[in-house]
Design a protein around this ligand. Structure first.
Ligand code: GDP
Ligand code: MG
Length: 383
C-alpha cells in the first residue's frame, strides 16, 4: 500500500478508479449487446412474420445488413419443388395426392374436378383436362382409379410438352435460356412485387458463378428505392450494375447498358424494369419502347423477354402474363414464391393457355433459392 502511495498521487488514484469504472460499464454494455443478438438469432419467425416479409419489398436497409460476399452454403442446392410446396396441404399437390387412396371412382371424379377448379389452373384448363380424361376413359376397358390417374398424368405431361418445357439439368438451370449470343440480352418484366429484382439477383449470381461476365441494368427508374435494392443484389451476386445517375428514361438506361455490353465484351445483360400495374397502358408503352430501343443497340436483342409472376397471385398471374405477352411477346416465365402458400396449379394454367415455357422457379428469398422448372418433378409430385 505504501509502495502504491509512492507511485500514484491521490489525484492519479482517483483518475484510475474512474477509468476502472468506465471500463466495467463498457464491458457490461458489450455483454448486454452480445446476449441480445444471440437471443435474436435463436428467435424463429412465426408464419405471419414470414408471410409479411415475403410481401414487403426488400428495403436496402434490411438487405445491406447481410454480408455482400456469399458463402458456398448460400448457393447450396435449395429445396426441391416438393419440399417447397410441402408447406401447405391446401396445394394442388397435397390435395391431389390424398384423392388417389379412394376407390370410389364416381365420387372421386367429382373431387378431382373440384380440386382442379380451386387450385388456380383456370377454368379453361380444367375443362380441357376433364374432357380429355373422360374421353380416354371412354376408350379404356378398365375404369378404375389407376386408369383415371394415368389419364390425368398424361394430360398434364402433354400440356407441359406443348409449352416447350424441356427437362432441365438441375446443375445448369439456365440451359434453355439464350446464352449463345454476345451479349445475350434478357429483359425482365412483371408487376411490382412479383419478384423481378430478387430473381435478377439470383440469376446474375448463378451466371457469374458459371463464369459469365454479367451486367445488370437498373431500368426501374420509377421508384427511387428500386436502384438501391438492385445494387444490394448485384453486390451479393458479385456482378456489375449499370445505373447512371440522373437518367430517368428507362429506355435510355437499357440502350446504354446494351451498348456498353457490346463495347466491353459482356456475355449477358439483364435489364430490370418498372412494374406499375399492368392495367396502366403507359407501362406497356414504355416497355414496348424499351424493347425497340434495345434492338437498336444490338439487332435481335432482347433475346429473352422473361415475365416474373408471383405464384400466390393465382388467376391474376394468368391475366398479367396474357397482357404482357400480347404487348411484348414473352419468351419465358419465372414463377416466384413457390415456397409460400401457392396452390401451384397456376403453372399448368400458364403452360396450357400461353404455351410459353416456365423456365425458373423461386423457392425462397435467398440467393440460391432459384431452380429450373421441371415438368417431370411437378407431375411426379401430383401422382
Ligand atoms: N418467399 C419468397 N419470396 C420471394 C421470392 N422471390 C421474391 N420474393 C420476395 O418478394 C418481394 C418482392 O420482390 P422484388 O424482387 O422486390 O419484386 P419486384 O417489385 O418485382 O422487383 C421481396 O420481399 C422478395 O424477397 C421467392 O421465390 N420466395
Ligand atoms: Mg424491383
Amino acid at each position: 500500500m505504501g509502495d502504491l502511495e509512492v507511485l500514484v498521487s491521490p489525484a492519479d488514484a482517483e483518475a484510475m478508479w474512474i477509468l476502472i469504472g468506465a471500463v466495467g460499464f463498457l464491458l457490461a454494455v458489450i455483454i448486454g449487446v452480445v446476449l441480445k443478438s444471440a437471443s435474436r438469432k435463436t428467435h424463429l419467425p412465426s408464419p405471419t412474420e414470414t408471410t409479411e416479409s415475403a410481401r414487403t419489398v426488400t428495403s436496402p436497409q434490411t438487405t445491406s445488413s447481410k454480408p455482400s460476399v456469399q458463402t458456398e452454403d448460400d448457393f447450396a442446392p435449395s429445396k426441391s419443388l416438393r419440399q417447397a410446396l410441402a408447406n401447405t396441404e391446401q396445394s394442388l399437390f397435397g390435395r391431389m395426392k390424398s384423392l388417389w387412396s379412394s376407390d370410389q371412382i364416381e365420387k372421386n371424379f367429382e373431387e378431382i374436378e373440384e380440386v382442379l377448379y380451386t387450385s388456380d389452373l383456370g377454368p379453361q384448363t380444367v375443362e380441357k383436362l376433364m374432357s380429355s380424361v373422360k374421353e380416354q376413359l371412354g376408350r379404356s376397358e378398365k375404369k378404375n382409379m389407376e386408369s383415371v390417374k394415368s389419364a390425368l398424368k398424361s394430360e398434364f405431361q402433354e400440356i407441359f410438352q406443348n409449352a416447350d418445357i424441356r427437362e432441365p439439368l438441375q446443375d445448369q438451370p439456365m440451359k434453355y435460356l439464350v446464352l449463345d449470343k454476345k451479349p445475350a440480352v434478357w429483359m425482365v418484366v412483371g408487376v411490382n412485387g412479383a419478384g423481378k429484382t430478387t430473381s435478377i439477383g439470383k440469376i446474375a449470381a448463378h451466371l457469374a458463378r458459371s463464369g459469365k461476365k454479367v451486367l445488370v441494368a437498373a431500368g426501374d427508374t420509377f421508384r427511387a428505392a428500386a436502384g438501391n435494392q438492385l445494387k444490394v443484389w448485384t453486390e451479393r451476386a458479385q456482378v456489375e450494375i449499370f445505373s447512371p445517375e440522373n437518367v430517368t428514361d428507362p429506355s435510355a438506361v437499357a440502350f446504354d447498358a446494351v451498348a456498353k455490353a457490346v463495347a466491353q465484351n459482356y456475355d449477358v445483360v439483364i435489364i430490370d424494369t418498372a412494374g406499375r400495374l399492368h392495367t396502366q397502358a403507359n407501362l406497356m408503352e414504355e416497355l414496348k419502347k424499351m424493347k425497340r430501343v434495345i434492338a437498336k443497340a444490338s439487332t435481335e436483342a432482347p433475346h429473352e423477354t422473361l415475365i416474373v409472376l408471383d405464384a400466390n397471385s393465382g388467376q391474376n398471374a394468368l391475366i398479367q402474363a396474357k397482357q404482357f405477352h400480347q404487348a411484348l411477346g414473352l419468351t419465358g416465365v419465372v414463377l416466384t414464391k413457390m415456397d409460400g402458400t401457392a396452390k401451384g396449379g397456376v403453372a399448368v394454367g400458364l403452360a396450357n393457355e400461353l404455351k410459353i415455357p416456365i423456365r425458373l422457379i423461386g423457392v425462397g428469398e435467398k440467393i440460391g433459392d432459384l431452380r429450373a422448372f421441371s415438368a417431370q418433378e411437378f407431375v411426379d409430385s401430383l401422382f
